[in-house]
Design a protein around this ligand. Structure first.
Ligand code: NOJ
Ligand code: NOJ
Length: 720
């Protein structure tokens, strides 16, 4: 897009109008990435999908790390952007509305021996050497953008959004190969072994208990990968400019690799920078086994305050235990309700049954019925479903338990008649037509070890889904209640997975009785009702956090064809576009804080409210250090609090103050936080003890004028 814009300047007027028209048509097809809740994502390992061009298979600058026989699992196998582009109608037919591709940036040019001594290429894309150029194996030997741009254009023409995997935590391996050397569009910025400019952190690998330690998790090294210092102004600008470049090339969203291992406070400013550039959806890889993880609380605080959604690892564990193993459905139901209580926007969590870092579902349970059930579950449950490539072809290689790299086989067939292929198509269509799936609440209606019947509800729209995972025994469903209105409901899946019709009787208060029925063994049934009339209903807002002047998207229903109005609290906002289901508004110039946003349609009917956080200004990362802080005991932490929403508005609770800070050099505590550019902020440090009691530092407030570019540093002594 940047290129196109440059071209406009020198193009005669009639053409300009034509291009602008084309451009806006394209926008209307694929705009509003910031409302992702009704999308279905397909995760592609670019190297392993389809080889569309042989010209980039063995490029000169990285010759010899390609294996034409596709037998060396640690080499490049030829998949590329041209290949994905050639399979676009297969993807559109599958019903996916977004693709998440491997990190597309220029990667390590050599093999490096892995832990077992096997020479390994960075075919997966997680060893970036130049974040502003395109990997030659995926595009072309000049590392230019042509094939990437073609892929984005083809995807958009098919109504498919493009998400790139973005890995801001590290460059390449720090002790071999290119030793972390980082380039800025071809110019060497620096490398790990000779780092006079402080571009990298130089700490040991994260290990043992370090995986649960906030300092080590963010500042130590992840698997020998040269750890970038995001608080360095050069790295800060480099990463934000790289993300912006991808936005200018039409990318709709970012999957942030290892989000838990990048400096958390800095990531708020990354998200802020991306959202200020334009419409986007961000979700991060915060690995954790379940909701009892020691950093679970940090994970939802991060998601709620940064505006970055997370991959739903706790739900993934439950899905695998329940569908691939034999765990009770209550495990799944418990994670759904725990996360609903913790995450402000739990519908933005990105759900999955497997990915490139774990054994494929069929490797741990070679049972297509169970795979179908798990797929049907993520496609109807809350959260944005992601299908790992080749799942719909039942592809799996079980060598070494099917773990990495055997979970990344070459896609072998593109059969559009498999049951899984058709199932994804049907349910992604329902996600688009019935807002209960993308926006609705979840309620368990029937639950035992093998049967789960859950209801999704968004105002009058309802989806009732029933799964019996028992392989041999039917379940008699008696006394089931639902919010579906009285009537007969055919199985939306038309018996594809064994379901049949139900009859709903008249009742009251959303408690209508379903006539008793039998749910056969290994069956999934889906019944739905889509409300046609009603008041305006908001289901989504994105980004969830932004400063005045940034455009945000409101998704929902019944906004009407005629323009109405939108308010942040009592303050009216400028409306940029209006349709019955989507409104784009500019955040008005209002005081920073949390607001309830509402829509009034042209007839004067007012919607429900949805929470939005108005920032004071654009965010700048600032590292705060407080020396010789008041003594703490195990479980006590020092936090930062101050006068703006970014600083917690003087809050002194764990969830609302900024922190916990970290003390690798106790009793000196530090934390990187993102604060409003150019603002003179007031702040103090507080101790929040394990029993939640609060100790304020004495004296007047500290004050600091935040720089308008780069990164800032504050060093003060605790005031006694
Ligand atoms: C997590 C990615 O998903 C994984 O595949 C990668 O190796 C690491 N992050 C490091 O980038
Ligand atoms: C209450 C604290 O006790 C004080 O130290 C701080 O300056 C104010 N909050 C800020 O309003």
């Amino acid at each position: 897009m940047m290129r196109k814009r440059l071209a406009f300047a020198s193009t005669p007027k009639p053409y300009l109008t034509f291009f602008l028209l084309l451009f806006s048509l394209q926008l209307s097809l694929v705009a509003h990435a910031s409302d992702f809740k009704r999308e279905t994502i397909y995760q592609i390992i670019t190297d392993r999908f389809f080889d569309g061009s042989s010209a980039n298979n063995n490029p000169p600058q990285s010759a010899g790390i390609y294996d034409a026989t596709k037998t060396n699992w640690r080499a490049y196998w030829g998949g590329d952007f041209a290949g994905i582009q050639q399979k676009m109608s297969y993807l559109a037919g599958l019903g996916v509305t977004a693709i998440w591709i491997s990190p597309p940036v220029d990667n390590l040019n050599l093999n490096i021996a892995d832990g077992a001594g096997n020479p390994t290429a960075s075919y997966h894309g997680y060893q970036g050497r130049d974040f502003k150029r395109i990997e030659e194996h995926f595009g072309n030997p000049n590392n230019t953008w042509t094939e990437f741009d073609n892929l984005v254009a083809a995807a958009h023409q098919n109504g498919i959004k493009v998400i790139i995997d973005f890995a801001p935590n590290h460059s390449t391996q720090d002790n071999a190969g290119e030793f972390g050397a980082l380039h800025d569009n071809g110019r060497l910025l620096g490398n790990f072994r000779d780092d006079g400019n402080g571009l990298f952190h130089h700490n040991p690998n994260i290990s043992g208990g370090g995986w649960d330690d906030r300092y080590q998790v963010q500042y130590y090294t992840l698997f020998d990968l040269a750890d970038l210092n995001q608080e360095n102004a050069t790295i800060d600008a480099y990463l934000k400019d790289a993300a912006k470049l991808f936005q200018q090339h039409g990318v709709d969203g970012f999957r942030i690799d290892a989000v838990k291992h990048v400096t958390w406070g800095w990531e708020y400013s990354l998200a802020n920078s991306i959202y200020a550039n334009g419409d986007s959806f961000l979700f991060g890889e915060w690995y954790q086994g379940n909701t009892t993880d020691p950093l679970y609380r940090d994970s939802y605080k991060f998601a709620n305050k940064s505006g970055i959604a997370l991959l739903d690892f706790p739900l993934n564990t439950a899905i695998r235990n329940v569908f691939a193993g034999n765990a009770n459905f209550s495990e799944l139901d418990r994670v759904i309700s725990d996360e609903a209580a913790a995450f402000t926007w739990d519908e933005d969590l990105v759900t999955f049954i497997d990915n490139h870092d774990m054994a494929r579902f069929l490797s741990i349970s070679n049972n297509n019925n169970r795979l179908h059930q798990a797929l049907a579950f993520i496609l109807t449950a809350r959260g944005i479903p992601t299908i790992y490539y080749a799942t719909e072809q039942y592809l799996h290689n079980d060598t070494s338990g099917g773990n990495d790299p055997y979970n990344r086989p070459m896609m072998q067939s593109f059969d559009n008649t498999t049951t899984a292929y058709k199932l994804v198509g049907k349910l992604s269509t329902l996600r688009r037509s019935n807002p209960a799936i993308g926006y609705g609440s979840t309620r368990s209606r029937w639950l035992n070890r093998d049967v789960y019947i859950y209801e999704r509800k968004f105002f009058g729209s309802v989806v009732l889904a029933a799964i019996n995972k028992n392989e041999t025994e039917a379940a008699s469903i008696t006394g089931l209640k639902t919010s579906l209105p009285q009537g007969s409901y055919a199985d939306y899946l038309a018996a594809m997975l064994g379901g049949s019709a139900i009859k709903v009787n008249a009742g009251s208060g959303g408690e209508n009785a379903v006539t008793d029925f039998t749910l056969p063994a290994h069956t999934v049934a889906v019944w739905q009702f889509t409300e046609t009339v009603g008041a305006p209903e908001i289901g989504s807002i994105g980004p969830t956090v932004a400063q005045p002047g940034v455009k945000i998207t409101i998704g929902g229903k019944n906004f009407g064809a005629l323009k109405g109005s939108v308010k942040f609290g009592a303050a009216p906002a400028t409306v940029n576009s209006w349709s019955p289901t989507k409104i784009v508004v500019t955040v008005p110039a209002i005081t920073n804080g949390n607001y309830n946003l509402s829509v009034t349609n042209s007839a004067g009917h007012v919607s429900n409210g949805i929470q939005f956080t108005t920032l004071t200004a654009r965010l700048i990362p600032v590292t705060f250090t407080v020396h010789n802080a008041t003594p703490t005991r195990v479980g006590d932490y020092i936090f930062l609090t101050g006068n703006t929403i970014e600083l917690g508005q003087w809050a002194t609770t764990w969830d609302r103050a900024i922190g916990p800070m970290m003390a690798p050099n106790y009793p000196h505590w530090f934390l990187c936080a993102s604060v409003p550019a150019g603002e003179t902020i007031q702040f103090k440090f507080v101790k929040i003890a394990a029993d939640n009691s609060v100790t304020w530092e004495a004296g007047p407030n500290h004050s600091f004028t935040v720089p308008t570019t780069g990164a800032g540093f504050v060093n003060v002594n605790w005031q006694y």
